[in-house]
Ligand binder design. Structure first.
Ligand SMILES: [Ca+2]
Length: 368
């Protein structure tokens, strides 16, 4: 996994979610994907006249894969001969034009809404035993897993129907002209490599992996590299299937969070209040620039940022979360290591807060 500490990325919303496929998930942009589905048909999606096997960089890649992983060159050539160029994937990777100021309330409303809440209650009820077992084994509360899979794909209703092989190849060798083009192509080449190795290791057809325009696969939208590193066969059928097995998706999300710093029995966030003054603004700026990490004790923050919540424990570290609300005042929270574990899934405060809020609301709805 790549790690970025840019404050700009940390304070992200839709725009940044589109850019940040360094995390396993690249799908919090589901509105964008939906839009593209409406506009694009299968035939418009591809350029039939593109033959990847004629591209020099693809030949080099094939040679590398043969040397590194023992693939047969003719087998890979045959695969890339069948691989389609996906113009949509390329278009969706272009940076969005500068828009309105970031707005947490507007972002939240897209995810914490009746359709997703109802689907979440149904998913939780259907998988209640499994979620309880997961909580016991990994220490991740059911509401976090339910919130996360809901934000990602509405419990599998919105996983994307692109062949990962097609979109990863397109983005690995023809990423749009952006300042980060080289890094991004490296990233997608590495994910393409992971997809090929994953398919080989699991005896699967690489074209069978379906997902988002960025190659994120299944209910939890894992990139192929994350599947290899973090996914688990939680239903014990001998295969990892993130597209069809809710159990595998649930177990894999739990395993991912657990290996990214999740701590059992630790809450995620506490509301915070900023005492307004210029000096506090400066301190706040410094605190936010620490990136997606918890580095402050409550005592360090005393004087400029306080939490009215009496159950915020002493003796642990917090990070400062600043949620911009368009023209309205920013909202502040203190995040624990568990909040930042969620940002390892998708590097966005808005994303992590949506996961937490959706899970919380679904949990409350189940009680009624
Ligand atoms: Ca399985």
């Amino acid at each position: 996994m790549f790690k970025k500490t840019s404050k700009f990325l940390a304070l992200s919303c839709v725009y940044v979610a589109m850019l940040s496929t360094y995390s396993p998930s690249s799908s919090a942009t589901d509105n964008v994907v939906k839009k593209s589905k409406k506009k694009q048909t299968a035939t418009k999606n591809q350029q039939a006249d593109v033959h990847f096997t004629q591209w020099k960089e693809v030949s080099v890649f094939i040679t590398d894969m043969v040397a590194k992983h023992g693939f047969q060159a003719d087998e890979l050539n045959a695969m890339f001969e069948q691989t389609r160029y996906i113009e949509t994937a390329r278009q969706l990777m272009r940076p969005a034009p500068p828009g309105k100021p970031k707005n947490w309330k507007a972002y939240r409303a897209r995810f914490v809404e009746p359709y997703r809440i109802d689907a979440g209650v149904a998913f939780w009820n259907k998988n209640a035993d499994l979620l309880a077992r997961t909580e016991q084994q990994y220490g991740i509360p059911a509401e976090i897993i339910v919130g996360l899979i809901g934000v990602e794909t509405i419990y599998g209703k919105n996983t994307g129907s692109f062949r990962a092989m097609d979109v990863l190849t397109t983005l690995a060798f023809d990423y749009p002209e952006t300042p980060t083009r080289e890094t991004r192509m490296q990233f997608f080449r590495s994910e393409l490599e992971n997809l090929l190795v994953l398919a080989k290791e699991s005896g699967a057809d690489p074209f069978a992996f379906k997902g988002s325009y960025a190659g994120a696969i299944g209910l939890p939208q894992f990139m192929p590299g994350s599947i290899r590193q973090y996914a688990v066969d939680f239903d014990g059928d001998g295969k990892i299937n993130l597209n069809e097995s809710a159990a595998d998706a649930i177990g894999s999300v739990a395993n991912y969070l657990s290996l990214h710093g999740w701590k059992r029995n630790l809450p995620t966030v506490f509301p915070a209040t900023l005492s307004p003054s210029d000096e506090n603004q400066a301190q706040l700026k410094t605190a936010i620039s620490k990136g997606l990490r918890a580095t402050y004790t409550l005592n360090d923050l005393k004087g400029f940022l306080t939490t009215p919540s009496s159950d915020a424990p002493d003796g642990i570290l917090y990070g400062v979360i600043d949620l911009q609300n368009g023209e309205d005042a920013d909202e502040y929270w203190l995040g624990t290591d568990n909040f930042f574990a969620i940002t390892q899934y998708n590097r966005s405060y808005f994303y992590a807060m949506s996961v937490i809020d959706l899970g919380r609301v679904i949990s409350a709805a189940r009680q009624n």
